[in-house]
Design a protein. Structure first.
Length: 281
């Protein structure tokens, strides 16, 4: 059994200014995308250059932040948003939706491609392998914030969390209990799957020429499968609960279309490549 290391969510205080670890993880994520993008742009035959990478990272960052926060408030915190519309600005408190961020990034990449004269799927195929390290950083930010915990478990890597931080997990325990039962650290599961494993798959898959849409399809399908599986050990948001069948969560409901669309993109990519008798990236 493990115990949650109580990490101060504030990394640095400068007078009234507080720098939160959660925000630093996002900066680290964007820096990782930029560095990997710069590296990939130097590969022989690449249609990308350093300036294009700089621009697309800026577009993607704006799409991630705006889409992620607005998506979270619409999907998971609509009541809070209606009660206090300014709560949408409190990014430092956590609460970013991957699915909302994905929609925001897709819109941003479409705008970038339109300005640069690049086909949308050519842009997303370049960006997809760069994203998982950013997802890894984001999930570490969730862990530091002490949010998105999983269900109770008796597995040896279950993690106890202070009741003062997560009171809802301590209901039914004897009065004065300081620690929750051991929980699945679902943020770390997602960090491993969405970050390390997904990065390995996409980096190796995209190392060889692939049909247009194939890399994007692989990203959507694999991310969707990983997220869907982790949701089985992750508790749903208390104010939403299970959507159906006493097991289907909002995360799974939003992820199912990703799996289907990803598989469809892969099928279309290789069908078109086969029809033309060539495989291109």
């Amino acid at each position: 059994m493990l115990s949650y290391p109580q990490i101060d969510p504030v990394a640095l205080s400068l007078g009234p200014l507080e720098v939160h670890w959660y925000g630093l993880m996002y900066l680290l994520a964007f820096a990782g995308v930029w560095m990997l993008g710069r590296y990939r742009a130097t590969r022989p035959g690449s249609e990308w250059n350093a300036q294009m990478v700089d621009d697309v990272v800026f577009y993607g960052a704006m799409g991630t932040i705006l889409g992620g926060r607005l998506g979270y408030m619409l999907f998971y915190g609509l009541g809070q948003l209606l009660a206090n519309p300014l709560s949408v600005l409190k990014i430092w408190e956590g609460g970013m939706s991957f699915h909302g961020g994905l929609i925001g990034v897709m819109a941003a990449l479409w705008l970038f491609g339109r300005r640069r004269g690049l086909r949308f799927w050519r842009v997303t195929d370049f960006i997809a392998p760069l994203v998982p390290p950013g997802l890894l950083a984001g999930r570490i930010g969730n862990f530091i914030n002490g949010e998105l915990w999983g269900k109770p478990t008796d597995l040896p890597w279950g993690m106890r969390v202070p009741c003062a931080k997560l009171g809802e997990y301590c209901r039914g325990l004897p009065p004065g209990s300081e620690w929750s039962p051991p929980l699945h650290a679902s943020q770390l599961y997602e960090a491993a799957l969405e970050g390390l494993v997904l990065f390995s798959i996409l980096w190796l898959f995209s190392a060889k020429p692939r049909p247009t849409m194939a890399v994007s399809g692989m990203f959507l399908m694999c991310y969707g499968i990983f997220r869907f599986l982790v949701e089985f050990v992750r508790l749903p948001d208390a104010h939403i609960g299970y959507i159906a069948f006493d097991w289907l969560t909002m995360g799974q409901l939003l992820t199912l279309p990703m799996i289907l669309i990803g598989a469809l993109l892969l099928a279309l990519a290789y069908r078109d490549a086969s029809s033309f008798g060539t495989v291109k990236r």
